[in-house]
Ligand binder design. Sequence first.
Ligand SMILES: Nc1ncnc2c1ncn2[C@@H]1O[C@H](COP(=O)(O)OP(=O)(O)O)[C@@H](O)[C@H]1O
Ligand SMILES: [Mg+2]
Length: 456
Amino acid sequence: MAELAVLSASVKAIVHGPLDKVISLVNKEFSLIYGFKKDLEKLRGSLVMIQAFLRDAERRPVGEEAVKLWLQKLEGVAYDADDVLDEMNYKILQHKVKLQKKVESKEAYEFGHQFHIRDVDAYSAAGAVFSHSIARSRETDSVSVDPNVLGRDNDKSDLVKTLMRSRDEVVSVIPIVGMGGLGKTTLARLIYNDERIKNYFDARIWVCVSENFDVTKLFAMMLESLTQSHVEVQGREAIVKNLQKAIGVGRYLLILDDVWNDKADKWGDFKRSMEGINTTKGNSIVVTTRSEQVASIVATLPQHFLRKLSEEDCLSILKARAFPGGEAPRELDTIGKKIAAKCQGLPLAANLVGGILRNKGKSEWMLILNEGLSQVNGDENGSSILQILKLSFDHLPTPAAKKCFAYWSIFNKDFNLKKEQVVQLWMAEGFLYSNQGSDVMEKTGIKIFHLLLQNC
Ligand SMILES: Nc1ncnc2c1ncn2[C@@H]1O[C@H](COP(=O)(O)OP(=O)(O)O)[C@@H](O)[C@H]1O
Ligand SMILES: [Mg+2]
């Protein structure tokens, strides 16, 4: 236990250094020039989150090997971040004179990219611990059932009409834009499964794109979605030919969920092939994205900006989550409204808070409102949802569940693990220790796995 506290303190010290550096770098005009102010801000977010976790680990020291391991991993992450930042500072000095004159944009681009800020593990570790559910780690599918989707009737009917009317181009592209947790994927799924859409399009394809926009891989995923069988590793030409066969000559609807690629040339490359694969007019692509920049690159039709839900809708989501299958007591109405207001129109926030309050009484609702949510104020950067995610992490019922969640989140976003594999790993790490044998451990693990999914 003492060792754990020492380790936690040492990670804390390590995090402090890079955090200061990030802050100073963010403030430097330099980062603006090279366009990675946003990246640095994200990194700062990750480091702040690591700090929050360390505070949590200190508050509830669980003297187990597993926590130590987790802290060690965070330590490694913090060091990685520190190295990158040191290198950046050094390079800034080195280039200062040059920068004051004029730097050609190509050089600037290469300069900015040699640091691979995006690759710093702090992203996938601490960042993903929170962004996990609002974000990129969860692979989506087209069939998942969204119970009680509220307040999206108009969005759905507008989009369905637009998709069925666009026959001027071979491929029309309509982006659904909005911040994480607003319900873009849910809306896309409503459209995809709408009966009119099913009748109108001869083929429907769902691809969860996430951060990795690799054109050949996208074609392979489309082919897999259409044929529902595994696509062997092949060159682009072979995959595209097979895709052409699978799509046929009828109209298709392609949903590209969660697109982050903001490189116009990559998108152009993808779209040109799509236009050649099937030359029938009236094909459509729906792109969901958080980024207006991405949306403006891909759009051929007006963008669909998703609005926040009303407070009443948030309250309904909250109640449905908190009292599954039952009625919420009337005495929670007033306080429920105040909590719903804190969800700021984000269905994900309402879901998370509702999960925390599952089957809880008035005193717990008061506590969450007055303490847990007191810092949550309106902003457009998604930081309030991070606070709500942290809150829901804090409220995971057992230390084992917390450790499992944290450990799971350490995996890179693109790392696909099956439920059984995750549980095996948790067992190997000793999170699920039980003296009743591995069967019991496995069952507990599976319960925790489902619990975590519920809480995300
Ligand atoms: N209109 C809605 N009514 C009720 N719940 C919703 C609604 N839209 C989304 N949700 C829920 O909110 C969460 C986040 O939605 P999601 O579609 O994944 O958001 P995004 O894709 O914008 O990040 C999911 O749990 C989803 O079921
Ligand atoms: Mg989504």
